[in-house]
Design a protein around this ligand. Sequence first.
Ligand code: B12
Ligand code: SF4
Ligand code: SF4
Length: 357
Amino acid sequence: MRELQQFAPWVESGYAGEMEYLKRRNERGEYKRSSLQAALPWAESVIVAAMNYNPPAVKSTDRALPTQGWISRYALSPADYHEIVLRALKHVESALLEHFTAANRQIETRAYVDTGPVLERAYAKYAGIGWIGKNTCIINQELGSWIFLGVIVTSLPYSEFVPEQNLAVAPDRCGSCTRCIDACPTQAIVAPGQLDASRCIAYFTIEKRGTIPEEMRERIGRHVFGCDICQDVCPWNRKAPVTANPALQPDSSLVNPDLGELAQLSVEDFRRRFRGSPISRAKYSGLLRNVAIAMGNSGRDEYVPMLDEMAASPDGVVAEHARWAIEQICRGKVGTPRRSVLPDQPSGAPKSEAPAS
Ligand code: B12
Ligand code: SF4
Ligand code: SF4
């Protein structure tokens, strides 16, 4: 698989940033994600599932008040998507085990949602779920890219499921469109389908611990958790159906959340409110750091007293980002124009690139 061969060069270019789990190797020194057998020597095939998570909510590129932050679509429901997708996968896994045990055949299986050393998007492509868009997301022609992936790795030879000649790899339908590349505020999409994750706002606001490089802070805009810009501008998401899954319905207070309210959360409030939610991954310190950046980018002096309090925080990271934010707001006041960090509204895609209705 071409995509698997790209993994080692991808890591070695530094694109994984500080995400050490992506760089893990096996006892032979191979990157675990570089092939299925590098991580699970018994593995022969992968079953891939996708779940629509698109909540009925505005886009990050729609107009918003300067007091509103942005939390990614995938984190708007209070539930843990890993558990929801895994529960569904476990039904399939149990049925498989039952079927093969009844036939007196031993099989090994392992189900993962994010958590395994498996390049889920690469397998999703060859399972026919969708193509890898220029923004690196799997895009399904009907559902768009607001889909979670989950996999069951099995020891069953792949030909037991699908004869090779029937592999239904989805054709690439990006065409000449480059909206995602053009709209990315940090130029993280370095070439079609290749992401320098160490420049991605999702990486900074979710995965990165400690300090966010100063030259990136303005570009982060109002994002306090994750980033959806390269998907919000994608024509294939324009008519994406919303999810009917009751467990994935959005908590309306997280859509365009009020920055002041987020800044005032205590550590206990944070734990109570985001227990089980993807947002807990940023940790309390990370969320406050992100909120400080968004407040700085808002240019609103009403935030200065709150930022003053944050600047006195015993958490050095929060304190430093709050000081930066105060400076940003004050600099705006003496007349230095603040650069707009949101892309222009998408204005209608060329017909050949628009999704089928
Ligand atoms: C680490 C990680 C991240 C990192 C890095 C993302 C990245 N693109 O590498 C960060 C934190 C930035 C991130 C962000 C997001 N993520 Co994420 N993430 C993961 C995770 C855990 C591992 C991905 C990984 O291994 N990355 C390493 C690179 C090499 O892998 P890849 O992007 O899958 O790479 C493919 C292409 O880039 C291409 N490629 C790479 N190099 C080259 C070079 C050449 C020449 C070519 C042609 C191709 C090519 O081939 C690769 C294999 O298919 C997966 C779950 C999993 N186990 O796969 C979820 C996953 C990819 N993330 C997901 C989601 C939802 C997101 C966000 C939308 C969340 C958000 N809103 O903030 C954003 C999307 C940003 C984006 N444009 O990708 C979903 C994607 C669903 C989908 N429809 O595609 C996944 C599958 C989780 C899940 N189980 O549903 N994520
Ligand atoms: S998620 Fe945001 S920062 Fe990351 S590639 Fe997409 S637009 Fe760029
Ligand atoms: S915005 Fe355009 S180029 Fe980017 S993933 Fe969507 S269709 Fe492909």
